[in-house]
Design a protein. Structure first.
Length: 97
């Protein structure tokens, strides 16, 4: 667990650079930053859930690991609903009536 946290702390600067680059791209493309922030949160949840599940598997708690993975997937789905709604509305507007 200590090694995993140490590696993560070593990569924090690179993660910050990636997030900053994505925000610049979103501003240049005139994309609402709320959507970019939501996507970044979803990615963060996915990484944290995967990390936690791997730690619990290493501790011999496979059942708990599968519950952590399920919780991560449900959180991701819940956070993605506004983005999916906007995408569906946009597609419906493009379809001729």
């Amino acid at each position: 667990m200590f090694v995993g946290c140490t590696i993560f702390l070593f990569l924090v600067d690179k993660i910050y650079e990636i997030i900053h680059m994505l925000e610049k791209l979103a501003v240049n493309a005139q994309v609402n930053l709320v959507y970019v922030e939501t996507i970044l949160k979803i990615i963060g949840i996915a990484y944290i859930a995967e990390f936690a599940a791997q730690i619990t598997k290493d501790a011999g708690q496979g059942a708990i690991a599968s519950k952590i993975e399920l919780a991560g997937k449900i959180l991701i789905l819940a956070m993605a609903i506004p983005i999916l709604t906007v995408m569906i509305e946009t597609i419906i507007k493009l379809i001729p009536s």
